[in-house]
Write a protein that binds this ligand. Structure first.
Ligand SMILES: [Zn+2]
Length: 444
């Protein structure tokens, strides 16, 4: 969590919410792979209608979920605390003095100041980062070594420093030129940058952390089944836009996602999913992802989030001026144009983004629900009993992934960017417009 604070909160928002529109997050327990997709009976026992893990699994999932929620809140407050301590101890003014003594060039000052302050924030966040990874390890969700984790942490920080330094330059450029309307110009400038980052993410950033191989090479049978689903949806997703990711090197979870923009847009399936889910289940997962792709969820979500962000930036502008008027002198900050005001801006934007979490989650849950619906519709007629295929997948993956079996409304609003596990199982088990003679919503 604290890691995120450093990457100019604004871009976190975009990155966290948009970089990956996740499908189902969690492993399936059995790995039966029926050879004949359309004729394999799905359920041996009674059909699943509600999410119901066995008692032992239930207790374990509950314990993990409660720890996870605590981590998110404590992590967020720890992040705010770091920024307040930095302000109180006048760390930023010290770095600013150093930068200003070194050169009168704003560019050189930025190259010195921004990495120093961003790296300091990141280092102070390490305890929180280690604590989070420890939880994943304690419950067997993370299987990477601490060495591999450290490598990823360093790599992630290096990217954060480069992008952060660039953004700090743009931010202070617009603040100096337009002290009263910088929030609007920064928002405007952020749009092409976010699009560029989003475009580059799958081709530049993601390969630094995982290996991607064409799905067609690894799973030719699966790809031909997938192409049936693609055609059923009346779509063209070329095989070279489908990839397998070696997620098993780091996690036991099951997942798939769509990412990228324009020419870099693609569907990525985790190798765990292919290994552990049945072929019909994988087709459902793919159908869900295809829904995001076909229904243009990425650009839609981007547009909505951008609009919310403009509002948050305006509030941030008002709030940061208020804070500086009240405490600026005490913190050694001259005004907003001073490099040293960066922790104030980070604090304000991060706080507002944190408070807006329920809104961002609500937007995301809506699109995820529609992707579940699309996934069911698009495999109808290709897979036998799509309702039970999807229900079984959510049941098994929910158990393995320690999904909260019974989240409260408060927990749902704050922590769920997908519908809850019980909601998803219930929906996919019961959504059946065909049986009642209604029109499916997306795939006619
Ligand atoms: Zn999704």
């Amino acid at each position: 969590m604290t890691n995120r604070i450093a990457v100019l909160a604004l871009f976190l928002l975009f990155a966290a919410t948009l970089a990956t529109l996740h499908a189902q997050s969690s492993p399936a327990s059995d790995s039966s792979s029926p050879a004949v997709v359309a004729t394999t009976p799905v359920a041996a026992g009674a059909p699943i209608v509600e999410y119901a893990p066995p008692p032992a699994e239930y207790a374990r999932a509950k314990a993990y979920s409660n720890s996870h929620y605590r981590h998110v809140f404590i992590g967020a407050f720890y992040g705010f605390l770091i920024l307040l301590v930095i302000l109180r101890w006048r760390v930023a003014p010290a770095f600013r003095n150093l930068a200003e003594r070194a050169s009168s060039s704003r560019f050189v000052q930025r190259i010195i100041f921004a990495p120093l302050i961003l790296f300091t924030i990141a280092v102070l966040g390490i305890p929180s980062d280690i604590w989070d990874e420890s939880l994943q390890r304690a419950y067997g969700l993370s299987v990477q070594t601490w060495g591999a984790w450290t490598r990823d942490w360093i790599l992630g920080q290096a990217i954060m420093l480069i992008v952060g330094t660039l953004l700090v330059g743009i931010l202070y450029g617009v603040i100096r030129r337009s002290p009263r309307r910088w929030w609007f110009y920064f928002w405007l400038a952020s749009i092409p940058i976010v699009l560029l980052m989003f475009f580059l993410q799958p081709i530049v950033v993601d390969p630094l952390f995982y290996t991607f191989k064409p799905l067609a090479g690894a799973q030719p049978v699966l790809v031909s089944e997938i192409q049936k689903v693609v055609h059923r949806g009346g779509m063209e997703i070329p095989a070279d836009r489908m990839f397998v990711m070696n997620a098993s090197s780091k996690t036991t979870g099951l997942n798939a996602y769509v990412t990228g923009f324009g020419a870099s847009k693609r569907v990525v399936v985790w190798d765990n999913t292919i290994a552990k889910a049945t072929v019909p289940e994988t087709l459902f997962v793919f159908g869900h992802e295809m829904g995001h792709y076909v229904l243009l969820h990425i650009p839609k979500e981007m547009a909505i989030i951008s609009a919310i962000l403009l509002f948050l930036l305006y509030l941030g502008y008002r709030l940061s001026n208020g804070m500086l008027a009240r405490w600026g002198a005490q913190w050694g900050i001259r005004d907003l144009q001073d490099w040293a005001s960066l922790p104030v801006l980070l604090f304000v934007i991060t706080l507002l983004a944190f408070l807006a979490t329920p809104v961002f989650n609500g937007v995301s849950r809506h699109f995820e629900h529609e992707a579940d619906r699309y996934g069911l519709e698009v495999i109808h007629g290709i897979v036998d009993n799509p309702n039970q295929v999807a229900a079984h997948y959510f049941q098994k993956s929910g158990e393995k992934n320690l999904s909260d079996p019974d989240p409260s409304e408060f927990v749902k609003i704050w922590f769920f960017d997908h519908p809850t596990r019980p909601e998803r199982v219930h929906f996919v088990a019961t959504y059946n417009p065909w049986s009642s003679g209604e029109e499916p919503k997306y795939v006619k």
